[in-house]
Design a protein around this ligand. Structure first.
Ligand code: IMP
Length: 727
């Protein structure tokens, strides 16, 4: 079959899918009507001037309309049933695109890139799973004006360009200016009648933007609420007429701490407002309201980034609600849980007390007091241990250790893969594990199959292979149009995509490329299995070594790709601007997934799971979730190397393993692929979230079904449809 014909039929298929996805509830003519109304009223365009982008926006609004009834119904349902609510606090939600299966239009949507890598994408997968499992869950984060930078490769170097993802507006979100909340900074602490008060503060406002998070195969539509900073009007009028107030406020070296507190302070106000207006918060006369707080609220801290929630909740309970410290502390610990995502020392957050003293003086006092009560009368004679465990670090510049704060202030602490959780207990937080053994848990990460199961099965006699060939061809077309590189479709697509970091060892891969190149040059007639090695990922703008690694890879690539002796035996492609939407193109076309971090450094990895689910074989170290992937599929179906640090760093050893692998016959390779896919079930984020719900949050999935149309034509009480039906 010619490639043109293949693509044609695929487009046809996708057209059908797109209608089918929306059509079961409403009829097609209704959808068309809504679409045309949006083109007319929302975008104010006719078909003479409408651009593909206008069609995308009209379609996006149509889809959001379609969700609205279920969204409102779900939120009403939470008020009626008053289940325990789960709050997932994260400085990152790496959502990617919302629209899919909608022909060419989907390519117009900008990725929502409010994240860096795995941690932010995990938060996005979790939102999908929480809605799918019917949990009364909320994602709370920050609506950054700019997403993660767009990466350009110029002359082999990474160049960063701003990501103005909101330039044309975001059709999915609903701004809620009527619900803005004040956030305090700076000021001082006043003491009156033994009560502490934070006064003379500077105020900025947090404005919520809500996006719907629909569950799969149910009627649940949860909310992701992102806060945007707004200057207070009075300030704006008096001093900051040009609107630069907010820009100037959220700038400088304390920017990140301000953002972290901004998220936490806005979210906790919202949580407490909702708690007070819920059944057990205010309407149950038998209970004093805040006793029930931990039964009604679970706060999950995605790394320590939102860990200021602990002193902030205490401040609200003690200073504002007037609850005695001991009770407030018990409520806080029972409500909060902390997920650790890294053991790399440079990534563990520490905030100088001098900075906290000016920015958040009351919180600093509270953290000192937490530390005092925590260390008081513990381990007499063991000064070293006290120093190791202190929330306040006193060597060098005085700092608050946010991980220690999060551990002391949470009832559950989890790592993100079995090996990582063991390292935390035996090493990183050993002292704390000995003190609170029951708090430490493992929750191996997962990915949502709704976004990441991309391998479309063909309908030929060998379905999996047919689909695989089609997927490789599509990626090859993308590479041809984007980089003007011809890749050999029968070569192994060997793919290494993730953030560029020394511990992830893109450099090791590069060394292996050089080794293969030298082997080909040494003996050009020797039979080799052709490979296309694709590497992609962004380097942090200030991470010089990572940027140098990109330059090395691209330079090596230009030597290899332009050597006529090499031909199509070996090709190197740098996949520019790796992000969620590009990952969706790459995963289903991969043959080999590179997961080669130094053992003990990658907490989990989730890219590894995405490749596995799509049938690529893994070459990797016994690190992060690779360990459990191997357990699931059996060690015959994965290429593990580097049992010890010495072995993993032995490049020759890796070369030998790789060459041995290439002698495997295609049938065996296909069998291994199927073993990979078939054993990937554990790595669904539905499993991960079920475990969080059971072991940490104490919540249960709920069945929420809207009445069928013949039972009730009403979408929800007071809906426009209900009003129309009454007439
Ligand atoms: P929130 O959870 O308080 O932010 O409110 C979200 C949505 O829940 C509102 O927009 C209403 O649709 C719904 N809601 C709020 N309060 C009530 C209530 O008391 N009963 C039923 N539904 C409510």
């Amino acid at each position: 079959m010619s490639s043109g014909a293949y693509v044609q039929s695929d487009v046809e298929k996708r057209k059908q899918i797109s209608i089918r996805g929306i059509a079961p509830v409403e009829n097609v003519s209704n959808i068309k009507k809504t679409f045309n109304r949006h083109l007319h009223y929302t975008l104010v365009k006719d078909r003479n001037v409408a651009t593909p982008r206008d069609y995308y926006y009209a379609l996006a609004h149509t889809v959001r309309d379609h969700l609205t009834g279920r969204w409102i119904r779900t939120q009403q349902h939470y008020y009626e049933k008053d289940p325990k609510r789960v709050y997932y606090l994260s400085l990152e939600f790496y959502m990617g695109r919302t629209l899919s299966n909608t022909m060419e239009l989907e390519e117009i949507e900008d990725d929502a890139g409010l994240g860096n890598g795995g941690l932010g994408r995990l938060a996005a997968c979790f939102l999908d799973s929480m809605a799918t499992l019917g949990l009364a869950a909320y994602g709370y984060g920050i609506r950054y004006d700019y997403g993660i930078f767009a990466q350009k490769i110029e002359n082999g170097w990474q160049v960063e360009e701003p990501d103005e993802w909101l330039r044309y507006g975001n059709p999915w979100e609903k701004a809620r200016p009527e619900y803005v909340l004040p956030i305090n900074f700076f000021g001082r602490v006043e003491e009156k009648d033994g009560k502490k008060k934070w006064v003379d503060t500077m105020v900025v406002f947090a404005m919520p933007y809500d996006s719907p998070i629909p569950g799969y195969g149910n009627n649940t539509v949860n909310t992701m609420r992102l806060w945007s900073a707004k200057a207070p009007n009075s300030f704006n009028l008096r001093f900051f007429n040009n609107g630069e107030y907010i820009n100037a406020f959220f700038e400088g070296k304390e920017l990140r701490l301000k953002q972290e507190y901004f998220l936490v302070a806005a979210t906790l106000q919202d949580i407490i407002r909702r708690f007070k207006s819920s059944r057990f918060g205010s309407r149950d006369p038998v209970r004093t309201s805040f006793e029930a707080f931990p039964e009604k609220v679970a706060i999950q801290l995605n790394d320590t980034h939102p860990a200021m929630a602990i002193p902030e909740l205490l401040r609200i309970l003690v200073d504002i609600e007037g609850i005695p410290w001991e009770r407030a502390w018990a409520i806080t610990v029972k409500s909060c849980a902390y997920t650790n995502h890294t053991v790399l020392p440079e990534a563990l957050e520490r905030w100088p007390t001098s900075l906290l003293e000016t920015l958040l003086p009351r919180h600093l006092q509270i953290m000192y007091y937490i530390n005092h009560l925590f260390l008081e009368k513990k381990f007499p004679g063991d000064e070293a241990r006290l120093r190791r465990m202190s929330i306040v670090e006193e060597y060098g510049e005085k700092k608050i250790n946010m991980a220690h704060l999060a551990i002391v202030g949470s009832h559950a602490i989890n790592g993100v893969a079995a090996i990582h959780s063991e390292i935390i207990k035996s090493n990183t937080f050993k002292d704390f594990y000995e003190m609170f053994p029951d708090r430490f848990q493992n929750k191996t990460n997962g990915i949502t199959p709704r976004r990441w199961l991309l391998l479309r099965l063909g309908d030929g006699p060998v379905p999996a292979e047919g689909a695989e060939a089609e997927n490789k061809m599509k990626l090859a077309e993308y590479i041809k149009t984007t980089y003007n590189i011809e890749v050999n479709l029968s070569s192994i697509f060997d793919i290494h995509v993730k953030r560029i970091h020394e511990y992830k060892r893109q450099l090791l891969n590069c060394m292996h490329i050089i080794h293969m190149y030298n082997e080909i040059k040494k003996d050009p007639n020797k039979a080799v299995v052709p490979r296309t090695i694709m590497i992609g990922g962004k380097a942090a703008p200030g991470y010089h070594m990572a940027k140098l690694i990109i330059k090395l890879i691209t330079q090596v690539g230009s030597v290899v790709n332009n050597d006529p002796i090499v031909g199509d035996k070996l090709k190197i492609v740098y996949l520019e601007n790796y992000r969620v939407s590009l990952a969706e193109k790459i995963m289903p076309a991969a043959d080999l997934s590179e997961q080669i971090s130094t053992a003990g450094t990658e907490a989990s990895g989730t890219g590894n799971m995405k490749f596995m689910l799509n049938g690529a074989l893994t070459i990797g170290t016994l690190d992060g979730a690779n360990v459990e992937m191997r357990e699931e599929m059996g060690d015959k179906n994965i290429f593990i190397f580097g049992m010890t640090v010495d072995e993993v760093e032995d490049l020759k050893k890796k070369g030998i393993i790789m060459r041995a692998m290439l002698r495997f016959n295609p049938l065996l390779w296909s069998k291994m692929c199927l073993h990979n896919i078939a054993s990937s079930g554990k790595f669904s984020s539905d499993r991960t979230i079920s475990e969080y719900a059971r072991d940490i949050w104490g919540t249960e999935p709920t069945e929420f079904k809207l009445p069928a149309p013949h039972e009730s034509p009403l979408e929800y009480n007071d809906s426009p449809d209900a009003a129309a039906a009454k007439k």
